[in-house]
Design a protein around this ligand. Structure first.
Ligand code: OKP
Ligand code: ZN
Length: 316
C-alpha cells in the first residue's frame, strides 16, 4: 500500500446528470460513486487517506491558458444549483458537461495531483493521487472526455523542474491532452497504450506516427491495441514500453492509471482481468523509479475498488 494516498471530498461537487451523444442523453459514466468504491476498498485493505494541500494557480497556468481557466471558473459559478451546461466552445467533444461545482472539483483534483507530486519530491517512493474528475484528455484550452484540468500533465510538469519524467498512460483511452502538453519536450516522455483510436474515443489522436515534434521527436509513443485485447496481449505491449522507459531512464515516473481496460467496464473495449492488474503493478514497480499514480478512468463502479487494490498489491 502506498505510504501516501491523497483524496479530496470536493470531487462530489462535479455531478452532471447526463452526457450527450448524437442528441441522445446517457447517464454520466464518470460517476462520483467511482471514488467511493476505490476509497472504501483502500481503507478495507489498510490504506490511509489524507486530504490535499492547496497549490497556487502558477502550476495550473503552465499547462492551461488563462482564458480557459477563467471560463471554467466563471461559467461554473454562474450556473444554478442542479443546472447542467453543455459547452460548445473551449471543448473538443460532447463529453464534458459542466455544473456549478465543476471548477471547484476540477481545481481540487489538481491540488490532489500536486500534493502527490510534492510528496515524491519530498522523497516518497510511491504515492497515489485519487484524482476526480480525471484529466488526461484536457488540453491547453479545451475540456474533453470527462476531463477539465490535466492533473497528470500538471504534476509531471511540476516534477520536471527537478529532473526528467516519464508519463506512462495505461487508461483505455489515448491521453490526447497529455500528449499535447509535452509534444515538443525531450525531458518528459509520454507513452500511452490504448484502444485503437480509429474505432474508439478520442478518434483523432493516438496513432503510432505521432512521435513528437522538434526536440520532442522520439519522446512521444503511442501503442494502439485492438478491441478485445487480452491480458497476455496487453502484457506484451506493456513490456515493450517499460523497456523503452527504462532506456530513457527518467528521474520520476507518473502513471495515468485507468481501470476502463477491465473486461466488464461499461464503456470498455479490452478484456483485462482483476488478477492482471496486480501483474501490471509489478511490472511498473520493476522500473524502480519514484512513482506518482494519477487516477484517470474506470467505470465499473462496483469492481473499481478491487481493481485498484489488485494493482496496488503489485506496485506496492
Ligand atoms: C475518459 B477517460 C460512452 C462514450 C464515452 C468518452 C470517453 C471518455 C473517457 N457513452 N466517450 O479516458 O477514461
Ligand atoms: Zn479512459
Amino acid at each position: 500500500m502506498p505510504e501516501r494516498i491523497i483524496y479530496s471530498e470536493d470531487h462530489v461537487l462535479h455531478n452532471p446528470p447526463f452526457e450527450i451523444y448524437d442528441g441522445v442523453k446517457d447517464p454520466y459514466a464518470e460517476d462520483p460513486a467511482r471514488m467511493t468504491s476505490i476509497v472504501d476498498a483502500i481503507i478495507q485493505a489498510g490504506g490511509v487517506i489524507e486530504p490535499p494541500q492547496q497549490f497556487p494557480d502558477s502550476n495550473l497556468l503552465r499547462v492551461h491558458h488563462p482564458a480557459y481557466i477563467d471560463f471554467l471558473r466563471q461559467r461554473s459559478a454562474s450556473l444554478k444549483e442542479g443546472e447542467p451546461f453543455y459547452p460548445s466552445y473551449f471543448i473538443l467533444d460532447t463529453y464534458a458537461p459542466m455544473v456549478k461545482g465543476t471548477y471547484d472539483a476540477a481545481r481540487a483534483s489538481v491540488d490532489v495531483a500536486l500534493t502527490g507530486a510534492q510528496a515524491i519530491l519530498d522523497g516518497e517512493n510511491l504515492v497515489y493521487a485519487l484524482c476526480r474528475p480525471p484529466g488526461h484528455h484536457a488540453q491547453n484550452r479545451a475540456m474533453s472526455g470527462y476531463c477539465y484540468f490535466n492533473n497528470a500533465s500538471i504534476a509531471a510538469d511540476f516534477l520536471s523542474e527537478k529532473g526528467s519524467v516519464a508519463v506512462l498512460d495505461v487508461d483505455l483511452h489515448h491521453g490526447n491532452g497529455t500528449q499535447e502538453a509535452f509534444y515538443e519536450r525531450p525531458d518528459v516522455l509520454y507513452s500511452s497504450l490504448h484502444v485503437d483510436p480509429a474505432v474508439k474515443f478520442p478518434y483523432s489522436t493516438g496513432f503510432t506516427d505521432e512521435i513528437g515534434k522538434r526536440e520532442g521527436i522520439g519522446f512521444n509513443r503511442n501503442t494502439p491495441l485492438a478491441i478485445g485485447t487480452t491480458d497476455s496481449e496487453y502484457s506484451d505491449a506493456l513490456s515493450g514500453e517499460i523497456e523503452y522507459i527504462a532506456r530513457f531512464d527518467p528521474k520520476f515516473l507518473v502513471v495515468s492509471l485507468g481501470f476502463d481496460t477491465y473486461d466488464k467496464d461499461p464503456i470498455g473495449a479490452f478484456r483485462l482481468t482483476e488478477p492482471y492488474y496486480r501483474q501490471m503493478g509489478e511490472v511498473i514497480r520493476g522500473l524502480g523509479k519514484p512513482t506518482l499514480l494519477i487516477q484517470e478512468g474506470g467505470y465499473h463502479v462496483e469492481d473499481l475498488g478491487k481493481l485498484a487494490v489488485s494493482f496496488l498489491e503489485g506496485v506496492r
